[in-house]
Design a protein around this ligand. Structure first.
Ligand code: GTP
Length: 574
């Protein structure tokens, strides 16, 4: 188990989970804000169009009313001139009709019949004053021929409507209309002889109209309106309106730069927000639309703008933001738990492999690995398992080779007896033991007699077999605890454990010599071979391996010499 890896993997997965849920939450939140702003902009455009439509409707209604009034019989009578009494009655009736119209439409400030003659002298005029209607006395009627709405209306074909620009009324003694912004809606009148007779004019009060429209808008909407040149007609700050009337130009394009597109007829509507265009619309959401106004002969239009604080639009996103934070926190906790569970599940087989890899060099034991898995871990486990088997197999053959090498290094290949090196190792051990225990032992040196003749007479192969037979006979003749070794050639060494009297030892050596000399059949040949044997005793003849072997060798040569002289009994073996 490696907690470091587990912690790292769990941490990585948890961070990934938290980041994923955080980014998703953030994305949902920002998309929601953008959608809210987009919906607000679309609402603002719709509302601005509504403002304009209602304004336009009012103008059209005024146009219809102007046409309606222009068709009154009394209008024709007044225009064409009548006998004084009848003219007075006609004017009286017209004034009543105008007053009724004013009473019906509080947004009308004046209804007038203006003649084409006498420099545009007003013929009948009813004004609104303090919410009441006031017929202006004939003596107070004024000449209006110099006003554009008069001479321009006279140029309009009969039955058509003239519509003035929106402007502040500066006409003298205009009662409620004086000093108020509005527009004139007029229609030309013809005399019976076809000459221009005059015009019928309705003065429309823009302030009243717009204040009514503003009442219908949500509280946090700010209304802006500009004429076709960009001069503000409506502005939350009234000092910014009708600048041209005070000798200044206060233009919408200067306050809201992108609106120049609307005035240049490059766009019909425009929406900006502090979210998408923070430098042009900081902290606000705004929409502007350009729409024609009324149905006058002039191609007139206004640009209406509505502005809403960005905060009030985004306030709706706050609850969602909080929910998203809660969700992100909940998902983060789930992500952490899942990360830990997943990391543990992922690392369990890896830990098994790691443990196996750690313990295998010491134990060489193959533990159960997840070899049945189909994934990369399964591939790793199967390969590791195969690698373990191969290592074990190679190690086994290596140990076998080692054992074989060790055997070859310590044994004689021909007879299988211990070789000189192993004999001396054993002798050294024996010496060490005996030095501590005080035990005795004997070393025997055996050399075959005239072995060369066997080689010479019967061949080297037969000689080899003779050496093997002698080795087996010596091995059988001694105890299992004793050691028989081949020194080389036809020489053997024997290590006898235990204490021996010289008599007992001489007797044993006689017995060995007898055993060796017994006839043997090798390749169908009956052979006999004698041996000379000498011995040394520990500690009597030496306390080192060399001394003891040399002493036994020396004794063997002594015996061989005596036997050569013909003595065969009572040999002095030592
Ligand atoms: N067949 C065979 N002969 C060997 C081997 N090793 C040594 N010899 C021979 O054994 C003989 C040993 O020599 P010696 O001991 O001097 O000969 P010997 O005839 O026994 O002489 P004495 O000991 O004096 O009786 C030599 O002729 C070696 O060639 C072996 O492994 N196989």
């Amino acid at each position: 188990m490696r907690p470091g890896l587990l912690v790292k993997l769990a941490l990585l997965l948890a961070i990934f989970g938290i980041l994923a849920s955080g980014i998703t939450g953030y994305y949902a939140y920002t998309v929601n804000r953008a959608m809210l702003v987009s919906a607000a902009q679309s609402d603002l455009i719709t509302a601005a169009r509504g403002v304009n439509r209602r304004l336009s409707q009012s103008v059209e209604e005024a146009a219809d009313d102007a046409l309606l009034l222009s068709r009154l019989v009394d209008v024709e009578r007044v225009i064409n001139g009548q006998q004084a009494q009848r003219l007075r009655i006609a004017k009286q009736e017209l004034a009543q009709a105008f007053a009724s119209m004013l009473a019906l439409h509080p947004e009308y400030l004046q209804v007038r019949l203006i003649g084409a003659a006498n420099n545009g002298l007003e013929l009948v005029r009813v004004d609104s004053q303090g919410g009441l209607t006031l017929r202006v006395d004939d003596k107070d009627l004024q000449e209006k021929g110099h006003f554009p709405y008069v001479f321009e209306t006279l140029l309009v074909p009969a039955g058509q409507i003239y519509q003035s620009s929106i402007a502040v009324n500066h006409e003298r003694a205009a009662h409620d209309a004086e000093g108020r912004p509005g527009l004139m809606v007029a229609t030309p009148l013809s005399r019976r002889d076809g000459r221009p007779g005059g015009l019928l004019v309705i003065n429309l009060d823009l302030t009243r109209l717009l204040s009514q429209l503003q009442l219908d808008l949500p509280k946090d909407y700010q209304l802006y309106m500009a004429n076709r040149w960009g001069d503000f007609l409506v502005h939350p700050d009234p000092t910014q309106t009708f600048g041209f009337d005070k000798g200044r130009r206060i233009l919408m394009q200067d306050s809201f730069a992108p609106t120049h597109l609307l005035f240049e007829r490059k766009a019909g509507s425009l929406a900006l927000s502090g979210l998408a265009q923070p430098e042009q619309s900081a902290g606000k959401v705004m929409a502007f639309v350009r729409l024609p106004i009324g149905r006058g002969s002039r191609d007139d239009f206004v640009v209406t703008g509505l502005v809403q604080p960005l905060d009030s639009v985004l306030a709706l996103a706050a609850p969602l933001g909080q929910r998203i934070i809660h969700m992100v926190l909940a998902f983060s906790v789930i992500a952490i738990l899942l990360a830990v569970v997943f990391a543990r599940a992922m690392l369990r087989p890896i830990n098994t492999l790691a443990q196996a890899a750690c313990s295998f060099p010491d134990t060489r034991q193959q533990v159960a690995l997840p070899v049945e898995r189909n994934d990369e871990i399964g591939v790793l486990a199967r390969n590791f398992d195969r690698m373990q088997r191969q290592i074990n197999s190679h190690m086994a053959s290596l140990y076998d080779s080692q054992r074989e090498l060790s055997y070859l290094a310590h044994h004689d290949s021909l007879t299988g007896l211990a070789n000189r090196a192993l004999f001396f190792q054993q002798l050294e051990k024996m010496l060490a033991l005996s030095q501590r225990s005080g035990a005795q032992f004997a070393v025997l040196f055996v050399d075959l007699d005239h072995f060369k003749q066997i080689n010479d007479q019967h061949g080297h192969a037969v000689g080899d077999q003779v050496l093997q037979v002698v080795a087996r006979r010596l091995q059988h003749a001694v105890r299992g605890s004793d050691m028989v070794a081949r020194m080389g050639g036809d020489e053997y060494l024997i290590l006898l454990q235990g204490s021996f009297s010289t008599d007992a030892l001489s007797e044993l050596l006689d017995k060995l010599a007898l055993i060796i000399s017994e006839p043997m059949i090798v390749e169908d040949k009956r052979l006999e071979v004698g041996a000379s044997i000498g011995y040394s005793l520990y500690p009597r003849d030496g306390t080192s391996a060399e001394q003891l072997v040399n002493q036994a060798d020396h004794a063997m040569y002594h015996v061989k010499a005596i036997q050569r002289d013909g003595h065969t009994r009572q040999l002095p073996y030592s």
